[in-house]
Design a binder for this molecule. Structure first.
Ligand code: NDP
Ligand code: F7E
Length: 324
């Protein structure tokens, strides 16, 4: 299929059926909010319990019955550095199964366009910074998440293969580290931002003197609010049709130490920070070059500080209030 970039709007029919896979997760729920805000009226949604996407026959039947026009694949086995390092079989196996089933059935049942989501961890551990799309497969991966990264690279390549062999419009977006409402706040298995938000909050409530943060604090990470990511997903689905995946970043890079100080301030914890250097740092730096997306006409809006405040309010109203 020919590469078309910034070719004008293709999603003009607001009643077109859109399957958002993983609609209760961080990313899927933000995409549903964005589509509803834009006036899309025909979303098809299934919980994990209603449709296990690792089950090929069930995925087949679902597509045969529902015949969506667009698919956004935001269902995956997802977690932070500890989860990735502890459950490598799940991270490679479940993700390969979900994406292979969904991409193949979507193609077979006449889906017009599919957006696959990968992650910035697909790039080599020591890729030149900021990381351009062309850095893919140019060097060894970060060991703590290579299993997940291999699955995500296979997802990009699967979309490309269906494009090349069948002329089918499957595209891939590569988001940087995300955060926002409906994030996973698990103490061990989550990503750093929700983990620290919860740890600082609990320390404040319990009057603890110190909060321990993993690693050395020196790794750099780029954070994007999930509402910006959702906006970029709809933008890509609407405007981009190309073989190459597209980086989606904010350009807002901080060290883990700076992030910890910022979360501490937003939460209002007044004690000390401690460091557990027995925990892995992971990739030293993974700032993406998102100029390709910018050249298509998309830029993020939410600053890290504002996004953190909004997410903490959401956490207080939804996670803490629900526990009472
Ligand atoms: N969070 C981040 O920082 C980043 C995320 N991404 C990508 O964005 C996408 C979404 O991630 P995110 O929203 O954070 O993840 P979440 O864990 O918040 O959500 C994932 C969703 O997928 C569903 N799911 C998992 N397994 C299955 C299954 N077998 N069948 C049906 N549904 C399933 C989950 O349902 P249930 O919980 O019920 O299992 C959940 O609703 C992923 O592809 C991820 O790689 C990319 C970069 C960064
Ligand atoms: C999005 C991305 O997410 C994962 O990669 P990661 O960026 O390394 O993810 P992370 O958020 O878990 O950690 C970022 C940094 O933060 C430090 N850190 C401090 N204290 C805590 C802490 O309490 N929890 C966690 N999780 N990390 C902590 C931690 O040691 C590391 O240096 C991939 O596996 C992969 O899934 C992927 O694509």
């Amino acid at each position: 299929m020919a590469e078309t970039i910034g070719s004008g709007s293709s999603m003009t029919d607001k009643s077109a059926k859109i399957f958002v896979a993983g609609h209760r997760g961080l990313v899927g729920s933000a995409i549903v909010r964005k589509l509803q805000e834009l006036g899309f009226t025909n979303l098809v949604l299934r919980t994990h319990a209603e449709l296990d996407l690792t089950r090929q026959a069930d995925v087949e039947s679902f597509f045969a019955q529902e015949k969506p026009v667009y698919v956004i694949l935001a269902a995956a086995k997802v977690g932070g550095i500890h989860a990735n390092n502890t459950y490598p079989a799940d991270f490679i196996g479940v993700n390969l199964q979900i994406q292979t089933n969904v991409i193949h059935s979507a193609y077979q049942h006449g889906v017009k366009k599919l957006l696959f989501l990968g992650s910035s961890c697909i790039y080599p551990k020591f890729a030149p910074q900021p990381i351009t799309e062309s850095a893919l497969l140019t060097g060894p991966l970060e060991p703590t998440n290579e299993w997940y990264a291999i699955a995500k690279i296979a997802g990009i390549k699967t979309c490309q293969a269906y494009r090349i062999q069948h002329g089918w419009d499957a595209i891939s977006g590569m988001p940087t580290n995300l955060y926002g409402p409906n994030d996973n706040f698990h103490p061990e298995n989550s990503h750093v931002l929700p983990a620290l938000m919860r740890r600082f909050h609990e320390a404040k409530v319990n009057g603890a003197e110190e909060v321990v943060v993993w690693g050395t604090g020196s790794p750099l990470r780029e954070f994007l609010h999930v509402d910006d990511l959702a906006d970029s997903c709809v933008f890509l689905l609407d405007r981009y049709s190309g073989l190459e995946h597209v980086n989606v970043g904010s350009g807002q890079e901080v060290t883990i130490k700076e992030l910890a100080e910022l979360v501490k301030e937003v939460v209002g914890f007044e004690g000390k920070l401690g460091w557990d250097s027995s925990k892995p740092d992971g990739t030293p730096r993974k700032l993406m070059d998102s100029s390709k997306l910018a050249s298509l006409g998309w830029t993020p809006k939410v600053s890290l500080r504002d996004g953190l405040r909004q997410t903490y309010e959401w956490y207080l109203e939804n996670v803490c209030a629900a526990k009472k």
